[in-house]
Design a binder for this molecule. Sequence first.
Ligand code: NAD
Length: 346
Amino acid sequence: MKKIRFGVIGCGSIANEYHLPALQRVENAQLVWACDLIEERAQKAKEDFGFEKYTLDYHDIFKDESIDAVCIFTKIEMHATLCIEAAAAGKHIFSQKPFAYNIEEGRKIIRAVEAAGVRLTPSFMHSYMDGSIAARKIVEEGIIGEVRHIRMRNATKNPFDTAPSYGGCMMDIGCHGMDLIHTVSGADIEEVFALHLSPRDDTPRQAFGEKADLNGVENTAILNYRLSNGATVFHEIFWTQVAQTNRFEMEIYGTKGVVYLYNPHRSDIVYYGWNLDGHPRKDIHWQAAPVEENFFGYIHHKTFVDDLLNGTYNSKTARDAFVPLQVVEAARRSFETGRIEHVLGI
Ligand SMILES: NC(=O)c1ccc[n+]([C@@H]2O[C@H](COP(=O)([O-])OP(=O)(O)OC[C@H]3O[C@@H](n4cnc5c(N)ncnc54)[C@H](O)[C@@H]3O)[C@@H](O)[C@H]2O)c1
């Protein structure tokens, strides 16, 4: 059985909480190198997930000709460097978001990946969750009719450090919603109106329970989109989420029903439909299967491994990774001009 041989760069929080337990379960994935600047993290990952070896220097992975693919689970400041070097070394790439700080950096990554002929998939985990897959199927099958409006909310606590500011809240967490809107509706974001970007006031952000002082960077954004299918979207993006409030919500309003999708990895999804007379159709109230039937993140990682083995294209691509950069750029333009702005081409 052919296996995809992986090197993993960055064995911190998201690697341990999400990626490595899932990747370890993918039958055709071989965990070869664990790499972190902090030795005990690399060593612990090797022990916990069965890597063959560990290193503190990611060049060891790029030099190893037996390695097919690298996972980049460092913070944003290293993403471009590592993606470009990985592509030059002929390695396929599974990279955490945000993909890049800005359009220029994103373009450099895309050029490097396309010139090398390697795959790059961004870690838009929400689009692979069973609730999201179920929502997409409901929309595709026309069960809620034509999609007319979407309300999307992405909220989280502010990042634990300034790093520097993860490219702002729109790139940090809004990118998940921007990708999911496309995944579920099948439509592209074409126009953006920025109703609101961060307050940029002088109040220390710690006053709001935030750990880092993020004055002068985008903490909150409320964006209004028009999609290529004519539907509209309100997208709320906040770095000010506090415990017990909803981090994630998606409501998809169609001409015949509504899908509510909450915390998709816990499969909290329901949809309601109505007859033409406006009365509810009880027969299509539905909930996704419990996620325990499929280990959290398994589908996501298996899709990438299968793509590499079989030459299929079911994973998100480098071009998909670029879309949030384009949307954020349009949002910033809109905020300056006070007008609706078009999302520009690559
Ligand atoms: N839901 C999500 O998709 C989600 C959730 C959390 C974090 N993230 C993203 O994941 C990325 C990592 O976040 P995290 O919270 O795991 O960070 P983290 O700081 O916990 O982990 C990053 C690790 O990378 C290591 N590292 C940094 N530079 C390195 C280098 N040159 N070589 C080898 N190792 C290096 C660090 O030592 C650290 O252990 C960020 O881009 C973040 O935005 C995504």
